[in-house]
Design a protein around this ligand. Structure first.
Ligand code: ADP
Ligand code: MG
Length: 706
C-alpha cells in the first residue's frame, strides 16, 4: 500500500493481514501462514504458538486486552464470547495467548439453536479458526477486542453455523469446476468464487425510534398510515445526500476501511430515508464475513450520530423494502468464467458455465427460494418493488438470442445471422449495460456475474451463497461427466479442441437448454401476469416462509447436499426446524407487540378522543348551541365505530395468539391476518385522532425528519 493510500484510508489497519504478518512473525512462519491462507488449508500446528504470540502482540499494540472466536451461529447474527489475555501465573499477572486458544475455542454456547443436533448427541460446541478470513480488531469506546473468525461445529463434526456449509460448498464448486476445466485442457489453477454484496438500509432519528416499540422489538412498523408524500416523486433516489447522513456514511466507511473492507459506493435509495452501501467484490467467504461486519458497523456508527439503522426488509409499509443484492461469479486462475471472453475457446467456457447456472437454477429454484426465506423478506418479495417469489433468470435479449441459436441452429429465424457453433464461432459482442436494463428479476446476468436480488437486507450471505455454489457445482459436475462420457477431450491443448469435442459440448448444452430454458424470463417480473405464466411453465412459487422452507426437507435436495458433502441429512433437517421455529417466533413476537401497542397506546388515545368529542357534543347541546353539533356527532360516531372495531381487532389478535399448533401451521397465518386487520383499523383511526394525542411518531416524521 502506498503512503498516500494509507494516509487517506487507513485501509486494513485493524486486520492481521500481510503487513502485520510480515512485521509480527518470523520470515519462515509468515511464509507458512500465507500459504495456509492462500490454499485454504488447516494451519500447521507447529507454527500455531508463534502465530498466536504474534497476533497477540499486534492486537495489544492496537489496544486490545481481550480476544474472541467470532462465528456465525444459526440465528443469522454474529456471536462472540470474550476472554482476556490476562492470566495469573505463580501469583503474577501476565498476558498470554496460546496456539491452542487461537486454533480452537470451546465456547460451549449451548443456547444457540442446533435443530436437535446437540440434544441428541449431547455434543459440545467448538469453534475452529478459518485462516482464510483474517483476524481483526473490534473497537468500542474505551477498548478493543481481537476477533478470530471461526467455524462453529459440534464435536461430532456437524455444523452448527452458517460458515461451515459455505466453506464446504466452495470446495464442492472447486472440485466440479476443476473437473470441467481439465476437459477444456486448462492447467490446474485456483477456483475463486467472488461476492459483492450491495447493502440497503434505512436510517431513522433515534428519538423517533425510541417512541416506536414495534421498531424497537421487531425492526418494522406494525402500524402507520401512509405519509401524504412517500416515494411518488422519486426525488430521493440518487439525490443529494444530506450532511448528517453523509457524515454518518463517512464514519462508516472509515471504520470499514480500517477493517480491510473495500466500501466503494454510497447513495440514496428509492424510499425516503433509505440508502445503500456497496463494497468492491472479494473472495466469497471473506466477503460474506465482511458483510456481517458492514451490518454491525452501520448499526454501531448510527448510534454515535443519534440515528438508528434499520436492516429489516420492510420497515415501512407502502414504500420500498431493503434487499441485499448478491453479485456472484466464479474465476479460474484469476479469470472470470462468467466473462464472455474474446475468442471462441473462451466463449465455449463461458457458455458452458452460463448453461450450468441456468440448469442449476431451474433444477433447484425451490432451494434458492428457501435460502432467502424469512419473516421479514415475506413482506418484501412480490411487493410492488421487489422481485417476485418465483425464481427465474434474466439473461437479456442478446444472450437469449445466442442461447436460442445454440439450441436451434437450423431454425429459420437465425438464417440471416448464420450458425453459432460452440467453441468455433465467436459470440456477438454483448455490451455490458445491455444485459442489465431489467431490475425486476430475482436472478439476473449482469455482464460478467450473476446478481441474486432476492436476498433480504438482513440475511447472512452464507445461506444463499451455499445453495448457489452447491447447485452450480452439481450442474457443472453433470455436464463434465457427460463430456467425459463422450470421450472426446483427448489430449487437446487449449484452443486445439477437436471438432468432436465441440460437437459433443454443443449437444450437451442443447439438451440442457431444452430442458431448463423455461426458467429464463426476460420480461417484467413485477407484472401481475408473470406468476400465472410462471405457473404454466411449471416454475415453483412459494409465497411465504413455511412453504419455501419445505424445500430443505425434500428428498432430492437432501441427496444433493449429501452428494456434494455440503450438509448431511441431519444438518439440513436441523436447519429446516430452526428456520421454521425462528419464523414462528418472529410472527408471535410481532403479534404480541401489535396487541400491546394497540391496547396500551392506541386504545387509550382513541378513548380520550372519543370522550372529548362526546363531551363537547353534550356541552354544546346543554348550552343550546346548534352549530358544530352535527360535526361533533359525526366525529363521535366515526371514532366510536373505530373504537368498537379496535376493541374487536385486539380481541381477535389475542385469540389468534392464544392458539398453538405445529410449526409452520396455519396459526401464524391467523396471527398475520389479524395483525393486518388491526393495522387497517388503527391506520384509519390515525386520521381521526388529534395529532398531538397520537402516541406514535408518524410515517411523515420518521421518513422525512432526520
Ligand atoms: P449495480 O448492480 O448497481 O449496477 P455495480 O455494477 O457497481 O452495481 O456492481 C455491484 C456489485 O457487483 C459491486 O459490489 C461489485 O464489486 C460487484 N461485482 C462486480 N464484478 C463482480 C464479480 N466478477 N464477482 C462478484 N461481484 C462483482
Ligand atoms: Mg446491482
Amino acid at each position: 500500500m502506498t503512503e498516500e493510500t494509507k494516509k487517506a484510508t487507513d485501509f486494513g489497519a485493524d486486520v492481521f493481514g500481510e503487513e502485520a504478518i510480515r512485521t509480527y512473525l518470523s520470515k519462515d512462519t509468515a511464509k507458512k501462514l500465507q500459504a495456509t491462507i492462500r490454499e485454504g488449508k488447516p494451519l500447521d500446528p507447529s507454527i500455531a504458538g508463534e502465530v498466536a504470540h504474534g497476533i497477540r502482540h499486534w492486537a495489544m499494540d492496537r489496544g486490545a486486552t481481550h480476544y474472541t472466536h467470532w462465528f456465525l451461529p444459526m440465528t443469522g447474527a454474529t456471536a462472540e464470547k470474550h476472554d482476556s489475555f490476562l492470566e495469573i501465573k505463580d501469583g503474577e499477572p501476565i498476558m498470554q495467548f496460546s496456539g491452542k486458544n487461537l486454533i480452537v475455542g470451546e465456547p460451549d454456547a449451548s443456547s444457540f439453536p442446533s435443530g436437535g443436533i446437540r440434544s441428541t448427541f449431547e455434543a459440545r460446541g467448538y469453534t475452529a479458526w478459518d485462516p482464510t478470513s483474517p483476524a481483526f480488531i473490534k473497537r468500542h469506546s474505551n477498548g478493543a477486542t481481537l476477533c478470530i473468525p471461526t467455524a462453529f461445529c459440534a464435536y461430532t463434526g456437524e455444523a452448527l453455523d452458517k460458515k461451515t456449509p459455505l466453506l464446504r460448498s466452495m470446495q464442492a464448486l472447486d472440485r466440479s469446476v476443476k473437473r470441467l476445466m481439465r476437459l477444456f485442457a486448462r492447467p490446474d489453477a485456483h477456483v475463486g468464487c467472488t461476492l459483492g454484496a450491495e447493502q440497503e438500509y434505512f436510517l431513522i432519528d433515534k428519538e423517533y425510534w425510541k417512541k416506536r416499540p414495534d421498531l424497537v422489538l421487531t425492526g418494522r412498523t406494525l402500524f402507520g398510515a401512509p405519509s401524504a408524500k412517500g416515494q411518488q416523486l422519486e426525488d430521493h433516489y440518487f439525490g443529494t445526500i444530506p450532511d448528517r447522513i453523509l457524515s454518518f456514511m463517512n464514519d462508516v466507511e472509515r471504520e470499514l476501511w480500517k477493517l480491510g473492507i473495500p466500501a466503494k459506493t454510497r447513495h440514496n435509495e428509492v424510499a425516503p430515508a433509505q440508502f445503500e452501501l456497496a463494497p468492491q467484490f472479494e473472495e466469497l467467504n471473506l466477503a460474506s464475513d465482511h458483510n456481517m461486519l458492514v451490518m454491525d458497523t452501520l448499526r454501531n456508527v448510527a448510534e454515535k450520530h443519534g440515528l438508528k439503522c434499520l436492516l429489516h426488509e420492510k420497515p415501512y409499509a407502502g414504500v420500498n423494502g431493503s434487499g441485499k443484492h448478491n453479485n456472484w461469479s466464479v474465476a479460474y486462475g484469476g479469470r472470470n468464467l462468467l466473462d464472455p471472453g474474446s475468442d471462441p475457446h473462451e466463449n465455449a467456457v463461458f457458455l458452458t458455465m452460463l448453461c450450468a447456472v441456468i440448469e442449476a437454477v431451474d433444477r433447484h429454484a425451490d432451494l434458492l427460494r428457501a435460502s432467502v426465506a424469512g419473516a421479514g423478506n415475506d413482506h418484501r418479495l412480490g411487493a410492488n418493488e421487489a422481485p417476485p417469489a418465483v425464481i427465474s433468470i434474466y439473461v437479456g435479449d442478446q444472450l437469449a438470442d445466442v442461447l436460442d441459436r445454440i439450441e436451434n441452429p437450423k431454425s429459420a429465424k437465425h438464417e440471416a445471422k448464420g450458425t453459432l457453433k460452440v467453441g468455433v464461432d465467436t459470440l456477438p459482442a454483448i455490451p455490458k449495460d445491455a444485459t442489465d436494463r431489467n431490475r425486476t428479476s430475482p436472478f439476473a446476468f449482469t455482464g460478467n456475474k450473476f446478481e441474486f436480488r432476492a436476498p433480504g437486507s438482513s440475511v447472512c450471505c452464507s445461506g444463499p451463497m451455499t445453495v448457489l455454489n452447491t447447485i452450480v457445482a452439481e450442474a457443472v459436475d453433470r455436464i463434465a461427466g457427460e463430456l467425459e462420457g463422450a470421450k472426446v477431450a483427448g489430449k487437446a491443448k487449449p484452443g486445439e479442441h477437436t471438432a468432436a469435442f465441440h460437437n459433443a459440448l454443443q449437444k450437451i448444452l442443447q439438451a440442457s437448454l431444452k430442458e431448463h430454458k423455461r426458467v429464463v424470463f426476460n420480461g417484467n417480473g413485477y407484472e401481475a401476469d408473470w406468476p400465472k405464466e410462471a405457473e404454466k411453465r411449471g416454475l415453483p412459487n412459494a409465497p411465504d416462509t413455511p412453504s419455501a422452507l419445505a424445500a430443505l426437507a425434500r428428498k432430492e435436495n437432501i441427496a444433493l447436499f449429501e452428494k456434494y458433502g455440503v450438509m448431511t441429512k441431519r444438518e439440513l433437517l436441523g436447519r429446516h426446524e430452526i428456520f421454521l421455529e425462528e419464523y414462528a417466533k418472529k410472527v408471535r413476537i410481532e403479534g404480541a407487540c401489535a396487541r400491546d401497542i394497540a391496547s396500551e397506546m392506541i386504545l387509550p388515545a382513541v378513548k380520550a378522543e372519543y370522550a372529548d368529542t362526546v363531551r363537547a357534543f353534550k356541552d354544546a347541546e346543554k348550552c343550546g348551541i346548534s352549530s358544530g353539533t352535527e360535526a361533533l356527532k359525526e366525529d363521535a360516531v366515526e371514532i366510536g365505530a373505530g373504537l368498537d372495531a379496535l376493541k374487536a381487532g385486539i380481541r381477535k389478535l389475542e385469540d389468534a395468539l392464544g392458539r398453538t399448533g405445529a410449526l409452520g401451521a396455519a396459526f401464524e397465518t391467523d396471527i398475520l391476518a389479524s395483525m393486518q386487520a388491526l393495522r387497517t383499523t388503527v391506520d384509519t383511526l390515525e386520521k381521526h385522532v388529534a395529532d398531538s394525542r397520537w402516541p406514535l411518531p408518524k410515517y411523515r416524521d420518521m421518513l422525512f425528519l432526520y
